[in-house]
Each structure stands twice: as structure tokens, then as C-alpha cells.
Ligand binder design. Structure first.
Ligand SMILES: *[C@@H]1O[C@H](CO)[C@@H](O)[C@H](O)[C@H]1NC(C)=O
Length: 469
């Protein structure tokens, strides 16, 4: 009796409680960090059909590839200008810059520029600088820009698919394309010649929107893979930022026999929770010093994410509701997209009168990207991509190991949750050949720093090619 009581007392009051609690905390931390669970096996590639109504079984799939030109018609221009002239502006708060979102007074200058300076016909010509095509895949007309290099006898090019995300478009790649297809005139060598394919995600750009729910990154990865096969490419490289990084990563996961190498400039990996917690107190135990600022201190980074991610929540829940405004109002659409060209390019630009947009960008570039959404009236279908992808973001597919040769370009002004230290990237991208800490640049890297990104892609591809020799 006395014996049991002594044990009981020592359990309650003795030194054992702190020890037991610590052990439990460590076990819980290890469990949450996922070290007890095997990485899941990749899901099957699957198949699908996303056209309107029911599928007509009898009809054979139309595999033709149709060339077209982008047209900014007079009707489109006149209607847009009428809407811009009729804009109902409002007054901003005294003393705020971009802290409440895009400053109303700044939007007035954008409207003036769009009405009076933006050259619709010149930009139409610029859009058609590269060839545009459409082909039907899984019931949808899929748009892509296709640029083949001019090759001299003996020269060979490597096929490269580049994917955009939201709120970007194929236009993001207009400046990097010549660096990739014509390296000899742009600081590269003959081994850096690429044939470039920039598709539009269904529901974006000139790609038809899915008529059925479920159009997620897994489906797009499959559709892009089918596109590459249709173009006659069996082995190719893929590159992506934003959702494009997610899509091309899934291509690497599900089509490893086709993807020779995967290069991304945004990384979505879950931080290992235990390391995140321990590192909050002892960062040097977990990561090299140059990586600390990417993940710690957790609290301000977390609040930055919270402050900047309202769009994500609305698009992941009710994209069609806000979609009405953004499809109907060019100023609304422009403000919604410009906010990202400001804060996602450089978070510090929130403290500037013009959100850093005047000095940071040549207005025609963000406006051309906005025009792609305006002309196609597809901001709502583009925003639906968030709702469709939430199950994937938190599902098994995002935890699978990616084994194809991979490269990461880490741009210093990328949105903080999408910057991951090399050590953590390796947990998911197990065959990481290259991790470059870029000297400058943010979220829209291909448009902002085409030279830096092209150089990193070249370096990466040379490493993969060496592996194969
Ligand atoms: C479009 O407008 C321009 C200038 O206003 C005019 O020169 C051109 O003929 C118009 N095009 C068509 C197809 O009406």
C-alpha cells in the first residue's frame, strides 16, 4: 500500500512529470513532422474529359493543331475605353500607400495611361511576335505559344515547356523566350538552344475553360504532357513558377519517363514542423545561417502571409462571386492584378505611393498581362483553379517524392512561404542538382529578370545533359 502510494506521489509531484511531458512533446513533434509515415505512392495519371455537356463517344478526337493570331478588335478597344472613361473612382485614406490595397489615386494614373498612352495596335503586333496555336485535348481547346529556333546544320535544340500561374499568363515569358531560343545572340552557347512551348492553363489566356469541376494541377499536368506528345516530344524539360511550379512538379512526378529535368522558381514543400519549432530557438542547429531569414522569425512571416493572402481564401472558396466584378470592370481587374505585381515583386513596395509599379515595371508589361485576362473574360475561371487545387495542396500528391533531376532558383523577393531552404527542398525533390540563391528578383521572375532566370535554366540543363553522357 505504502509502496504504491510512494510511486503515485513521485509521479504527481516528483521530477518525472517534466520528463514525461518533454518525451510526449518530442513524440508528438516527430509524429507531426511526418517521420513515422512513408511518403505516399504517386496517384495514377488517369484520364478525363472536360468539354461542354456529355461526351460524344462516336466522334474521334480532333488532334489538329490550328494556328491563330491574337486580335484586339476595334470593338474590344472601344468598349474598354468607354468603360475606362466611365470609371467611378473613390478617395484613398490620408497617409496610406498600398497598405489598404492598390491606392485609388494611383489607379487614376493607370486609367489615364491605359486610355491615352497604351498603344493597342502596337501591343497587338507584339502579342503576335510569336506563333500561337490551339489544339483540342480532353475536350478543351488548349492554347500555346510555340517558338522553334533557327538551327544551323549540326545544331540541336532541346524541347522546354514553361508554365505560368496566377495572375500571370503566357505573356510572362515574352522576354525570356528569345534568350532560350536564340542563345547565341543572347549570352549563351549552342548547347543552350531550346524549342519553347508556353501553354495556357485551361481557363487562362486563350485556353478554353473547363466546363466541369475538378480542373486541377494534376489534370493540367496530364494535359500538358499530352500536348508535348502531340508535338512529337518524348523527352523534354519543364519549367514553372507559381502554379506552373506545382503543375510541372506533378509532370515530373507522374511523367518521369518524359521529363528529363524540372526547373522551378517557386517551391511548395511543407516545412518540417519539429525543425521549424526547434529552429525558432536554436536556428543554427537546423539550418545554415544564410537560410535563417527565409523561415524565422515565424511570427512576422506568418502575419505577412495572413495580410497578403486574402485573395487565396476568396478564390479557394467563392471565385465566381468576385468573378462578376472582375469580368465586368477593367479597373477592378487591373487593380486586382496590379496589387500582385507590386507586393509579390517586392513586399517593401507597399510603403510607396505608387506601390513601386512606376519604377519597378514598364506599365505595358503588367497591362499586357491584364489585357490577356480582359480580352478573354476569364478571370473567374482562372480564379477557380484555387478552389480546384485545395484538395491537392493538402493531399497526398503534394507529399510524394519527386525523383526526376530538379533545379530551384530561389529569388530573394519571392513571397516568403514559397521560399524554402535547400535542405528542406531536398526532402521532396530528392534528386536536386542545383539550388541557386538569386541576387535579385521576385515572384514574376521570368518577366522581371529574364536574363538571370535563363542563365539558371541553362546551367541546370547542362548539368542534366552531363548526367546522360
Ligand atoms: C479600327 O480603327 C482604326 C482607327 O480608328 C481604323 O483605321 C481601322 O480601319 C479600324 N478597323 C476596322 C476593321 O474597322
Amino acid at each position: 500500500m505504502i509502496f504504491t502510494r510512494r510511486i503515485y506521489q513521485s509521479f504527481i509531484m516528483g521530477w518525472r512529470w517534466p520528463l514525461i511531458i518533454s518525451v510526449l512533446a518530442v513524440v508528438a513533434g516527430l509524429y507531426l513532422s511526418g517521420i513515422f509515415s512513408e511518403p505516399p505512392t504517386p496517384p495514377p495519371l488517369g484520364d478525363g474529359w472536360w468539354g461542354r455537356g456529355g461526351r460524344e463517344k462516336a466522334s474521334k478526337e480532333d488532334e489538329s493543331i490550328r494556328k491563330f493570331s491574337i486580335s484586339i478588335s476595334n470593338d474590344t478597344i472601344n468598349d474598354l475605353k468607354t468603360r475606362l472613361r466611365n470609371t467611378r473612382h473613390f478617395e484613398g485614406l490620408e497617409g496610406t500607400k498600398f497598405h489598404y490595397g492598390v491606392r485609388p489615386e494611383y489607379m487614376q494614373t493607370v486609367v489615364k495611361y491605359w486610355l491615352n498612352k497604351y498603344d493597342f495596335k502596337a501591343q497587338e503586333k507584339y502579342f503576335n511576335k510569336y506563333n500561337h496555336y490551339r489544339t483540342n485535348i480532353e475536350g478543351l481547346d488548349i492554347h500555346f505559344v510555340h517558338v522553334k529556333p533557327t538551327l544551323k546544320p549540326g545544331q540541336k535544340s532541346k524541347p522546354l515547356l514553361i508554365s505560368h500561374g496566377w495572375p500571370g499568363s503566357f505573356y510572362e515569358f515574352y522576354k525570356i523566350i528569345p534568350l532560350l531560343t536564340d542563345p547565341l545572340n543572347n549570352g549563351g552557347t549552342a548547347e543552350d538552344i531550346f524549342e519553347v512551348i508556353c501553354p495556357s492553363i485551361p481557363g487562362f489566356g486563350y485556353s478554353e475553360a473547363s466546363h466541369k469541376s475538378g480542373m486541377n494541377a494534376h489534370v493540367v499536368a496530364r494535359i500538358f504532357g499530352k500536348l508535348m506528345s502531340r508535338l512529337g516530344h518524348d523527352r523534354y524539360y519543364v519549367q514553372g513558377g507559381d502554379w506552373g511550379s506545382f503543375i510541372t512538379s506533378i509532370m515530373g512526378l507522374l511523367l518521369p519517363e518524359h521529363v528529363k529535368g524540372l526547373h522551378i522558381n517557386l517551391v511548395s514543400v511543407d516545412p518540417p514542423l519539429l525543425q521549424l519549432i526547434i529552429g525558432s530557438y536554436f536556428p543554427s542547429l537546423i539550418l545554415p545561417a544564410e537560410d535563417h531569414h527565409k523561415v524565422w522569425p515565424v511570427t512576422p512571416l506568418f502575419f505577412d502571409v495572413l495580410m497578403e493572402s486574402g485573395y487565396f481564401h476568396i478564390q479557394a472558396t467563392k471565385p465566381d462571386t468576385i468573378g462578376h466584378s472582375l469580368t465586368d470592370s477593367p479597373v477592378g481587374l487591373a487593380a486586382y492584378i496590379l496589387e500582385k505585381f507590386s507586393s509579390a515583386t517586392n513586399m517593401a513596395w507597399r510603403d510607396l505611393e505608387d506601390g513601386g509599379l512606376n519604377d519597378g515595371w514598364q506599365m505595358d508589361d503588367p497591362l499586357n498581362n491584364i489585357m490577356v485576362y480582359w480580352m478573354n473574360g476569364n478571370m473567374a475561371s482562372a480564379m477557380r483553379f484555387y478552389k480546384e487545387n485545395v484538395p491537392l495542396l493538402f493531399g497526398d500528391i503534394n507529399k510524394c517524392l519527386i525523383k526526376v533531376p530538379s533545379g530551384v532558383a530561389d529569388f530573394p523577393n519571392e513571397v516568403s512561404i514559397f521560399r524554402k531552404p535547400e535542405k528542406w527542398v531536398r526532402y521532396k525533390y530528392v534528386n536536386l542538382l542545383q539550388y541557386t540563391s538569386m541576387p535579385r528578383g521576385g515572384h514574376f521572375a521570368a518577366l522581371e529578370e529574364p536574363q538571370l532566370l535563363a542563365e539558371d535554366i541553362r546551367l541546370f540543363v547542362r548539368k542534366v545533359e552531363t548526367l546522360h553522357q
